[in-house]
Design a protein around this ligand. Structure first.
Ligand code: ATP
Length: 271
């Protein structure tokens, strides 16, 4: 029941086309894990499929999206859990939950198990490590070692995401054979992201204005741009004040460059 409630088996279909930029990460992931999951018989010996992939980089840059896209494009079941919920919620039960998670993933194989904030489960800091979290960590490493075991005809890829890769200890880092840096979006990527976000509502921004915004949002992550655009999209509603409640959606003014400039005054990059 806990697995069902807490571990989201996401029905959301994310494809690699939904991810702006990150071309290097996408092509590497495709070659390293999607092809092998689609055609396991081709990927044996030196071409063996890795069990562990570590995505590291600033928050809000698309690591979770990559995990979802891997699952969708390779026809695998997607399981997602944040490691803080494993380590804090069920002290003493976390170990059992890790075991159950992998058992369910093997049953629904091929599967992708996405672990957000993986550093908090596999931290190298010994001082604040209690018995329960040490056991969770050991169980996780054991399960990770056995995850790709094809003898049972199952393949489970563990994708760990972290903003603090330096906090993983050596034993954990070694398990993630493949490690990929997921950077902040470039100016061109920010333009793509803004265009995608703007396509959801009526707006009057010109190409030049979108280009200017992309330039002026250096340091913003994809998630930050979403926050900025959501705020700017509230601009027309704020502009009308109370009377916004009595007009139809069509009568609402379109989102403009001015709305973005106003939002930019109060919203800054989170990194
Ligand atoms: P965290 O480290 O905080 O968990 P993350 O790197 O896993 O963050 P995501 O959850 O994948 O980030 O992204 C957050 C949101 O930002 C997504 O829902 C998506 O809307 C948007 N986003 C971020 N980067 C991209 C991108 N490259 N392409 C499309 N959308 C993006």
């Amino acid at each position: 029941e806990k697995i069902e409630n807490e571990i989201v088996d996401s029905g959301e279909r994310v494809t690699f086309d939904d991810i702006a930029g990150l071309d290097n990460a996408k092509s590497t992931v495709y070659e390293m894990v999607v092809w092998p999951m689609l055609r396991p018989e081709m990927f044996t010996g030196l071409r063996a499929v890795p069990n562990g992939l570590l995505l590291f980089g600033p928050p809000g840059t698309g690591k979770t999206l990559i995990g979802k896209a891997i699952a969708h494009e390779s026809g695998a079941t997607f399981f997602s859990i944040s490691s803080s919920s494993l380590t804090s919620k069920w002290i003493g039960e976390g170990e059992k939950l890790v075991r159950t998670l992998f058992a369910v993933a093997r049953y629904r194989s091929p599967a992708v198990v996405f672990i957000d904030e993986v550093d908090s489960m596999l931290t190298a800091r010994k001082a604040d490590e209690n018995e329960a979290s040490r056991r969770i960590k050991t169980e996780f490493l054991v399960q990770l070692d056995g995850a790709g075991n094809r003898k049972e005809g199952s393949h489970v890829l563990v994708v760990g995401a972290t903003n603090r890769p330096q906090e993983l200890d050596d034993a954990a880092r070694r398990r993630f054979v493949k490690r990929l840096y997921v950077p902040l979006p470039t100016e061109k990527d920010r333009e793509t992201l803004l265009r995608n976000l703007l396509s959801k509502n009526r707006h009057v921004l010109t190409d030049k204005e979108i280009a200017k915004l992309s330039k002026d949002t250096e340091g913003f992550s994809g998630a930050d741009l979403k926050i900025l655009s959501t705020d700017a999209a509230m601009g027309p509603v704020r502009q009308l004040g109370q009377s916004a409640m009595s007009v139809s959606a069509d009568e609402l003014p379109a989102i403009s460059y001015k709305h973005f400039r106003r939002s930019l005054k109060s919203i800054s990059p989170s990194v």
